[in-house]
Structure formats: C-alpha cells, structure tokens
Design a protein around this ligand. Structure first.
Ligand SMILES: Cc1cc2nc3c(=O)[nH]c(=O)nc-3n(C[C@H](O)[C@H](O)[C@H](O)COP(=O)(O)O)c2cc1C
Length: 201
C-alpha cells in the first residue's frame, strides 16, 4: 500500500480551478487503479503555511528529536518524507508557482529530515519516490520562446531532485487564457493525459 500526498496550491475554490479539474481527474483515476492506497490531501490555503520567521530558522536548522515530529513547521517535513508519491497541483503564477507553494517548500526543506549534509555534499532523503506536477498556464511555456521564462516546473523538478525524488513528470495545460483557443479541448486533452499517467503512477 502506497501513501500519496496530494499537494494543492491554489486560492480558487473547488469547481473554479482549471488546474484542480485536471488534478482531481488524476486522483480519481489513481484511486480506481489503487483502491487500497492512502491519499492525503494537503490544501495549502487551509493549512497554517506562512513565510519562515527568524525564530523558525533555529527550528529548521536545529536538532531533531521525538518532539520535533509534532512541531507546527517540522510536521510537514516528516509527512513529506514518509509518503511514497507526490501529486502537486499548482497553476502558473507570474512565471512561477504560487508563493504559498514556495513557502511550503521552505517548511519541508529541512536538514536531517528530507535531506542531509555529508562529506560529499548534500544528499536527498526522499529517494525512490515519484512525483507529478499538474499545472495550467494562461500562455505557452513548454516549448519555443516562452520556455526560457518558465520557472515553476523547473524549480519544483530541481528541488524534488535535491530531495532525491528524480522521477518527476509534468502534465501541463497551456494557452488556457489565449483568446480564440478552444479551452475545453485543451483541458480535455490534459485530463486524458492525466488519466493515462495516473494508471501507471
Ligand atoms: C496571480 C496570477 C498570476 C498569473 N501569472 C501568469 C503567468 O505568468 N503566465 C501565464 O501564462 N499565466 C498566468 N496566469 C494565468 C493562470 O496561469 C491561468 O489562468 C491558469 O489556468 C489558472 O489556473 P486555475 O484555474 O487552476 O487557477 C496567472 C494567473 C494569476 C491568478
């Protein structure tokens, strides 16, 4: 039985987010194929995610013990390292991921939990896991001139690799805000792709 962490990063409510339409289809299809797996939904806007404060840094870089597991910040890093798979649903915001997702990464990027320093440099402690990033974007960034401006998927892929999770797949619906585009067709296409990947995930 695998544990899946479904990380949702969007202020839009259920039913209004194009990104969640795709990611919810992914999760539904995944559940059909893996009925015994545990899906843990982490809606970042419903969690107490904040920017790290001065005193938080001592906790993040300080010693880890039994009490740390229930610490309001460190609990996210423990949860992160204890699951097997990640599904990240986040729209493109200003060429990147929404800031709350970056704040969440600052919570889970904890030495001694999700990675450690060795004589040979940092080593990720989230190895052998897999991740999928589901994103919708107003414009086009997966190829052509726009690709150089894309920072969100590239950031997530890099930081997950730093944690040791190098099996990282992206499902992107693009041009959804471009006048004249058939947005329904774009979303249907992304949903079909998501369902196909969910079967093998
Ligand atoms: C705050 C904000 C910033 C955005 N920045 C970009 C951007 O840099 N590039 C882009 O192509 N679309 C951008 N968009 C458009 C969204 O990526 C696009 O509408 C997406 O489909 C929204 O997904 P959602 O329906 O799940 O919220 C932005 C939207 C918002 C709300």
């Amino acid at each position: 039985m695998s544990k899946v962490l479904y990380i949702k990063a969007n202020v839009k409510p259920e039913g209004q987010s194009k990104t969640f339409r795709i990611s919810d289809s992914f999760i539904e299809e995944y559940k059909k194929n893996n009925p015994n797996d545990e899906i843990i939904t982490l809606d970042l806007y419903k969690e107490n995610i904040n920017f790290l404060k001065g005193e938080d840094l001592e906790v993040v870089f300080g010693p880890k013990n039994e009490e740390s597991r229930n610490h309001p910040i460190l609990k996210y890093a423990y949860q992160f390292v204890e699951v097997d798979k990640y599904v990240i649903a986040a729209p493109m915001w200003n060429l990147n991921v929404p800031a709350i997702l970056k704040a969440y990464i600052d919570y889970v990027s904890v030495t001694g939990i999700t990675f450690k320093y060795t004589e040979n440099g940092p080593v990720g402690l989230c190895q052998g896991k897999k991740a999928v990033h589901i994103v919708s974007r107003g414009g086009s960034y997966s190829e052509g001139a726009g690709a150089a401006f894309e920072m969100g998927d590239r950031y997530l892929r890099t930081i997950f690799g730093f944690f040791g999770t190098t099996d990282f797949t992206t499902i992107a619906a693009e041009n959804v805000d471009v006048i004249g585009e058939d947005v329904e067709a774009i979303l249907e296409n992304a949903i079909n792709k998501a369902q196909a990947i969910a079967k093998e995930f």
